[in-house]
Write a new protein. Sequence first.
Length: 387
Amino acid sequence: MTTLKTLKPFKTLIALIIIVLLAVSCERDPLLHLHRENHVEFDIPEVQINLDVMWDYDLDYDWHAEWTYGWDEADEAAMGQLGYSEPKVFDLRRYYLGGWPNQPHQTVEGYVVEGNTFRTRYNFGYYDILAWSRVHAADMVQSLVFDESTLDSVMAYTNASMMASRYQAPVYNKSFNQPDELFSAYERNVHISDNLADYDSYDPETRTYYKKMQMQLLPVTYIYLTQVRLHNNNGKVTNASGDANLTGMARGVTLNSGVAGKDVVSVYYNVRFKKDCVIRQTGEKVDVAGGRCLTFGIPNQNPSRVTKAADLEDRVKHYMDVNLMFYNGMDTTMVFDVTDQVRRRYRGGVITIDLDMDTIPVPLRPGGSGFDAVVKLFDEENFYIEI
């Protein structure tokens, strides 16, 4: 398994440095002679996300130890980086509210911020400011769609793939594409004041007053690492077709609030098959079908703001299906109920299925036989597979 790049902290802050430029003055401590418009500069530091911090649910939860599949160069080439990557470019929207806070948005100005500094002119009064990371798709194909049809919020979502969905039909009979990695921050009622006392410091060389503010930049997409560990396989399963789905996920998210949408969909992603992977806790060698699934998380929730699983409101079931290929050339789609695991790992994490292949019959027809069979998991829990 490759070592993740250490990225800290989870709750990264965007520092807003507001600068007010003075009219020409030779006073040592000049009065705040302000024009109608004044410069504002945003200082955006590096966005740093660490899975160890984000997945810090329990004192005894070690996802590194649970994650048996690993992640090598072939996995990264096929499915992307295991953890989050660092965005370098941001989209920014500012909404002028006038002289009063908490007003509905009437106008919007959009900017693209490259690097970590943004500077423009502001009127006195109040602003709402929304920023999100610009998508960087490794394959140059962006899956995210942004809806700015209303001025009060921005919605991000993905469209359906070509793959069938067995658990969200008939509402959506196709699985949806994974979103790209996405982070957002929203600050309301930023006050551009004409009162000298509202500013933090003064630079006599540039005759500039500074005001510092803070915004939290949080992820609005969540990574699930899924693995089906095959015990006692002995060559029975030889490969995975590469097709997998994780169901019960949100179709989109509101960037202003970070709350996932109410539409429930299946998310299509890829898996790969590896032989003789070692379970760290026991030393046992198993064959594993593993993958990385990026989602908007549990519908109608903001997982980044949830502090414990008991506070989560989740009324949908979550299934994972993986297509496995057997030594006789036949294949079958195995379907697992992973609801409890998704709810425990509501900000993402490792989802593990341990399967004793001594209990699994070899399919005689490709693609399943059209009936459900109840079999036993390795830890004696029930799940359903199609054979």
